[in-house]
Design a protein around this ligand. Structure first.
Ligand code: UDP
Length: 311
């Protein structure tokens, strides 16, 4: 029996890759999107499939989805620091009210519920790498608080539905991910550096560039997410690539791979920018048999190719 899966945020970066992969596996997908940060170009090609249906809807409002659903994947949310600075209240609402609505729908349909959570639940971590048992170091009232606290609330709400209603839930804590379909203007390091390098503009490194991130290519992430969905694990699992680099190293790598003559310049470090970030993926390895496969330079080359065509 093929599943029928609802994806909120289906026209976003991750939502669209998930939809595409599920359709390729022969499943049915219902995509939901309000286009605050999602783009129709990301899902245009999916409309050819008779197994894809689309509902334009803001998940923070009551939603009606006719027919059965086997899984609800709640991936709607602005997800880059620039986006949640532009949309602070929608970010809080989709994490809080949207998660409640999506959980209610999943309960009604007897569906498995999956929450797209984030490494931001660990805030500016005092432990590196971060295991799922770490409770985090989050500033609730800083500029990132709208995202971090909404996702922390969403995790609490998801666990409450699991404990109180006995629902099957999955919580994926997603670490920095990159790949085709990111928006050039979404403000994150990888799309910024690639678009700057391709235009011959300076690569803007914030602070001294010594802060670290660990970048996972999107196909690896989707594989981890779908393994988690198919598991029986009702508690949070980190999915990300533990290959940790400084932001300066990432900028230099992109400059080299694009053969760009751009200079690297310094800009002020944003408030509460985490100094380190690296997933401890012991749990994903043990419970899901998952670890990332795509090396950074290969993933970056594919992403650069996408941005070259986008221009
Ligand atoms: N960053 C940077 N230059 C940019 C964009 C981002 O140096 O043009 C830095 C940012 O300050 C952070 C890291 O790159 O330390 C990753 O930022 P991103 O926005 O990609 O996501 P985050 O991991 O902070 O959510």
């Amino acid at each position: 029996m093929k599943r029928r899966v609802l994806i909120t945020g289906a026209a976003g970066f991750l939502g669209s890759h998930l939809a595409e992969t599920l359709l390729a596996r022969g499943e049915e997908v219902v995509g939901m999107e309000n286009f605050i940060t999602g783009r129709v170009e990301n899902i245009d090609h999916l409309f050819k499939s008779p197994r894809f249906t689309f509902i334009r809807q803001d998940v923070t409002n009551f939603m009606h989805v006719p027919g059965k659903l086997d899984a609800v994947l709640h991936f709607a949310s602005p997800a880059s620091p620039i986006d949640y600075a532009h949309f602070p209240i929608p970010t809080l609402k989709v994490g809080a009210l949207g998660t409640h609505k999506a959980l209610g729908l999943a309960k009604d349909k007897g569906a498995v519920f999956m929450l797209a959570s984030t490494s931001e639940t660990y805030g500016d971590p005092l432990v590196n790498p971060q295991p799922e048992t770490y409770w985090g170091n989050v500033n609730p009232i800083g500029p990132r608080g709208v995202y971090d606290e909404a996702k922390r609330f969403a995790e609490a709400m998801t666990m409450a539905y699991h404990r109180y209603h006995g629902m099957q839930v999955r919580i994926v804590r997603i670490f920095n991910t990159y790949g085709p379909r990111m928006r050039g203007q979404d403000g994150r390091a990888v799309p910024n550096f690639i678009t700057q390098a391709l235009k011959g503009k300076p690569l803007t490194v914030y602070g001294d560039g010594s802060q670290t991130r660990s970048l996972c290519y999107v196909t690896d992430l989707v594989d981890g997410i779908l393994r988690l969905l198919d598991s029986k694990v009702n508690s949070p699992v980190n999915i990300g690539n533990p290959h940790e680099l400084t932001i300066l190293q990432i900028a230099q790598t992109i400059k080299r791979l694009t053969r760009s003559k751009s200079h690297i310049v310094r800009k002020p470090l944003p408030t509460d920018d985490p100094k380190v970030r690296r997933p401890d993926i012991t749990l994903a390895k043990k419970l899901l048999g998952w670890s990332p496969k795509v090396p950074l330079e290969k993933g970056l080359a594919r992403t650069i190719e996408y941005f070259r065509k986008e221009r």
